[in-house]
Design a protein around this ligand. Structure first.
Ligand SMILES: Cc1cc2nc3c(=O)[nH]c(=O)nc-3n(C[C@H](O)[C@H](O)[C@H](O)COP(=O)(O)OP(=O)(O)OC[C@H]3O[C@@H](n4cnc5c(N)ncnc54)[C@H](O)[C@@H]3O)c2cc1C
Length: 420
């Protein structure tokens, strides 16, 4: 029995990718249902720090994120919530090679008229009095960066989508993708079947498992990520609008949060997960990071290099979650050749919150028009299709792990410089 007659599109996954896509499809008059195995936002979207760094490695990617901000503004109005907190962001360097990286980044930004410029170390110290700056040799500032508040973003997509007629089924895991005559026909869940000619796999870290259900290979892996949030400290006040900071030498990023500071790292030896081995009712918000874990010790150690007042005794919470990573650190959007009607939407690698506004629009365009106005080559879902070395799970996992491990570690060449 078909549980939702006349559905035009089924979206698997109630994280920001699926919710944004569903909302955009509904804005274009489609009858959409979102099927979520647990509750909306219980995956990566509920764990994110939400940093928004708009200057990316290419002009096209940067333009997409800037266009996404128009969608965020519209969403804020429609839902009546503040999602975007405009703090500006700094990149800082303490070695000559990292200083060169910043110079290249500023030159690249200016060449595409992105608002970014060098900033003196004295001015950096004035803006971030709680940060160690005496060893810095270069810094730059982008005033239009900041962060998107993940919980508010999830609820805004839901609220606006609901108003447009999207139906949301929670506690409804998809167990099978139904294919007939080589074309997707719908999905089978614990409650029964839902039919529609288009199915979108937006299952985040689980998306490779959903692709497996349709015998397609989606090159993603699930990698752990950690950040700490200090409690407000009168000796080191952090203003709500203090700029975000990216310090690649120490592999860390920061932003203000409720009077305290979020500090996250892209460590060289991350934790890998096999999503199929996690309990069926796994909710990412229940993940706990032990103070005795190596990754937490490293997080505190690296945070202390830049913020010497942070140490093991600092009142703080440690958050951990699972990111979806790809072999080249870019998202995967669109169909694969094997199953017509099945689309994948994995806006990932630590960028899914900030990418989701524009990715939802791009997915709606791809599904309804077969094309988008953006040059999507860098995030096309089929760019690894049939590529030797990217078909076996062990190879995919290794490549995604290496990409994460080198994410902040490597020094970037011009034109490929902006990460996270
Ligand atoms: C600790 C951490 C910090 C981060 N910081 C940032 C940041 O600063 N900036 C940024 O932009 N991004 C950040 N990210 C990344 C960002 O959170 C993700 O890229 C984004 O949330 C991915 O959204 P998604 O919808 O693809 O996945 P998810 O939010 O994981 O949603 C996927 C959903 O699919 C559901 N699902 C899975 N399988 C099935 C099934 N079979 N049937 C039905 N439903 C299913 C899951 O339950 C889940 O709710 C961070 C991530 C983590 C973990």
């Amino acid at each position: 029995m078909n549980l939702f007659p006349n559905a035009e599109i089924i979206v698997i996954g109630g994280g920001v990718a699926g919710l944004s896509t569903a909302m955009q499809l509904a804005m274009r008059g489609q009858k959409v249902i979102v099927l979520e195995r647990q509750r909306l936002g219980c995956g990566s979207s509920g764990r994110a720090a939400g940093l928004l760094g708009q200057l990316r490695g290419t002009a096209e990617h940067t333009r997409m994120l800037a266009d996404g901000m128009e969608i965020v503004k519209d969403l804020e109005q429609r839902a009546g919530v503040e999602i975007y907190v405009k703090t500006g962001s700094l990149r800082i360097a303490e070695t000559p090679e990292r200083a060169q990286e910043i110079k290249d980044l500023v030159a690249m930004g200016k060449s595409i008229e992105f608002n970014i410029d060098h900033i003196s170390i004295a001015e950096t110290a004035r803006r971030l009095p709680y940060m160690k700056t005496d060893d810095l040799i270069e810094a730059c500032f982008s005033p239009t960066d900041g962060h998107l508040q993940p919980a508010e973003l999830v609820s805004a997509y839901h609220k606006v989508g609901k108003g447009l007629g999207v139906r949301y089924e929670i506690n409804c895991p998809v167990e099978q993708v139904v294919i007939e005559a080589g074309q997707v026909k719908g999905v089978k869940t614990s409650r029964g079947e839902f039919h529609a000619p288009v199915v979108v796999n937006a299952a985040g870290p689980w998306s490779y498992l959903v692709a497996d259900l349709a015998e397609e290979t989606l090159p993603t892996a699930a990698i752990g990520h950690y950040y700490l949030t200090t409690r407000p400290d009168p000796n080191h006040p952090v203003d709500r609008l203090s700029p975000a900071v990216r310090n690649r030498h120490h592999r860390l990023y920061t932003r203000p949060e409720s009077g305290g500071l979020i500090v996250g790292i892209y460590e060289a030896e991350p934790v890998e997960y096999d999503m199929e081995k996690l309990p069926k009712d796994f909710d990412m918000s229940s993940m706990k990071a032990g103070r005795d874990s190596m990754n937490v010790a490293l997080l505190i150690h690296l945070a202390q290099q830049r913020f010497p007042w942070i140490n093991e005794r600092t009142p703080m919470t440690i958050s951990t979650g699972i990111m979806t990573f790809t072999p080249d650190g870019k998202g995967l959007c669109g169909p694969l050749p094997e199953v017509p009607g099945l689309f994948h939407c994995s806006c990932c690698s630590g960028h899914g919150i900030m990418q989701s506004p524009i990715v939802g629009k791009v997915m709606a365009d791809l599904i309804l028009d077969g094309k988008t106005k953006y040059d999507l080559e860098f995030m096309a879902a089929d760019r690894f299709h049939d590529l030797p070395g990217y078909q076996e799970r062990a190879d995919i996992k290794r490549k995604c792990y290496e990409m994460y491990a080198s994410y902040y570690g490597r020094v970037e060449r011009p034109n490929a410089v902006a990460k996270n």
